[in-house]
Design a protein around this ligand. Structure first.
Ligand code: GLN
Length: 485
């Protein structure tokens, strides 16, 4: 079983193309391992018999020209899947069965992939630890009792536990990169407008982006190449020339200029993280890159700005969950009472907190003081990056200010939870692409990631840098299979 599940996506695709493995054999191996991995709580929904049927059907008439021929893939339960339950980790969508498919998932099915199941996530992707899911928290395969990060926690856990060869997540403020960092995997948040948002349950529409998560950079590049497309169904989708990311990958990054932003050296940064960053700088130099000190002066405003803009958009997006149009409905004495009870019982605490903050900052008395100001600062943050990119090609930082923390450790302290996003949110505010690659371990032996931030639409550049650095780092994930039953 593990001789199949431990293989890279590229290797599985080749085995199918060379007819050394069938889709059914591969699918069964991932299902068998998934069934033994219930303790991780990585899945919200799966229908493995259906998945096997699809694999068998693929094998009957295999189309080997496709990029993901018969490859089973589990995905974050934030992507709408036609006729398959989609919950966004919320009770309010507990019985929601979409009548349409998200563009990003459609793109991967069009290349021959098969849906393995829907993966756990924070409720409406609000969280950094997967503890806000109505369907329970997810365990990090690295160690029992650790969070896998969030909000794509189920995706990261399933990937690092080898329950799926690759997966897709969404990143509004770090939800691909932070869990990738916590589980020793690779995660790419593409440029805003690169992957269609059509059919993704909306959290904060000006920040949300779908992206690939994989065991290595090459697999990540292949998945991005398939996911990313111009889509007229998303008004913010951008029509630009997309690369064949996996085919154009190169380790030749000699002379590339990499910026090190001094403002990311935040107060109280643990020594493990500082050491990792220094090592990262050395790896980049070893690849032939040139290191340049830069300044992103408005960095310290990014977190408060994000935690105004994101809840504002969330409060507006989540207004549609009223017990009439979607999912769960509570009984009420009259219409207003039904709305109130549905939303009170259907949403969890974190979602309610965001709706309250969002409604407050958008209210007429406080709009100028909070929301408008946050929008102005967002522009300054974007300008900082534009300025820096006159001097450098990419920026290197740690992905997170710590390794994976314990389940329960930050749950009742939202501010300390939000601080975990300190290195990731500026990227979303500026709409830029960024990748997290595993780069080392802390003193407890838990994985740590480095983040490479690129210029808009320059996914290829950061993938290349990551590809080159990955070889120098030669990271090995310490997975012990402790959860296998
Ligand atoms: N942790 C951040 C939040 O809770 C980011 C979430 C995300 O990227 N979806 O808002």
């Amino acid at each position: 079983m593990t001789d199949i599940t431990s293989q890279s996506l590229f290797s599985l695709v080749n085995k199918i193309k060379e007819k050394k493995l069938s889709s059914e054999e591969i699918t069964k191996a991932f299902i068998e391992r998934s069934e033994k991995s219930k303790e991780l709580n990585a899945y919200i929904f799966e229908d493995f018999s259906q998945t096997i049927n699809k694999a068998k059907k693929f094998d009957e008439k295999p189309n080997l020209d496709l990029k993901l021929p018969g490859i089973p893939i589990a995905i974050k339960d934030l992507f709408c899947t036609k006729d398959v339950k989609t919950t966004a980790g919320s009770k309010i969508l507990e019985n929601f069965i979409p009548t349409y498919e998200s563009t990003v998932t459609q793109n991967i099915w069009n290349e021959g992939a098969i849906l393995l199941g829907k993966l756990n996530c924070d409720e409406f992707a609000m969280g950094s630890s997967n503890e806000t899911s109505f369907y329970g928290n997810v365990q990090n395969p690295i160690d029992k009792g650790l969070v896998p990060g969030g909000s794509s926690g189920g995706s990261a856990a399933a990937l690092s536990a080898q329950l799926t060869p690759v997966t897709i997540g969404t990143d509004t403020g770090g939800s691909i990169r932070q869990p990738a960092s916590f589980t020793g995997t690779v995660g790419l948040k593409p440029t805003y407008g690169s992957c269609s948002r059509y059919g993704i349950v909306a959290f904060a529409s000006s920040l949300d982006q779908a992206g690939p998560m994989a065991q290595n950079v090459e697999d990540c590049a292949l998945l991005q190449e398939i996911m990313s497309s111009y889509d007229s169904k998303d008004s913010t989708s951008i029509d630009f020339k997309r690369n064949q990311y996996s085919k154009e990958l190169t380790k030749d990054v000699k002379g590339k200029k990499i910026g090190i932003p001094k403002e990311y050296r935040v107060e109280g940064m643990p020594k493990d993280i500082e050491d990792l960053w220094q090592k990262g700088i050395q790896y980049a130099k070893d690849c032939g890159a040139q290191i340049i000190d830069i300044s992103l002066p408005h960095t310290s405003y990014a977190l408060p700005t994000y935690y105004i803009v994101a809840p504002a958009e969330a409060s507006s997006n989540l207004a549609r969950y009223d017990g009439v149009k979607y999912g769960f409905r509570a009984k009420g004495e009259n219409l207003i009472d039904m709305y109130e009870k549905t939303r009170s019982e259907g949403f969890g605490d974190e979602v309610k907190r965001r709706v309250l903050i969002g409604t407050y900052v958008l209210s007429s008395g406080y709009y100028d003081a909070y929301y408008l100001k946050a929008q102005k600062i967002r522009k300054l943050i974007k300008n900082d990056f534009d300025e820096a990119y006159k001097k450098v090609d990419a920026i290197l930082t740690p992905s997170t200010p710590s390794s994976a923390f314990k389940i329960g450790e930050k749950k009742d302290d939202p501010v300390s939870m939000y601080l975990n996003d300190i290195f990731t949110v500026p990227v979303n505010l500026a709409g830029l692409p960024a990748i997290s690659i595993p780069a080392g371990h802390d003193t407890s032996g838990y994985p740590l990631g480095l983040q490479i931030i690129g210029k808009a639409f320059k996914e290829q550049e950061i993938l290349n840098l990551a590809y080159a650095m990955e070889e120098k780092i030669s990271f090995k994930n310490k997975i012990t299979d402790w959860w296998i039953k």
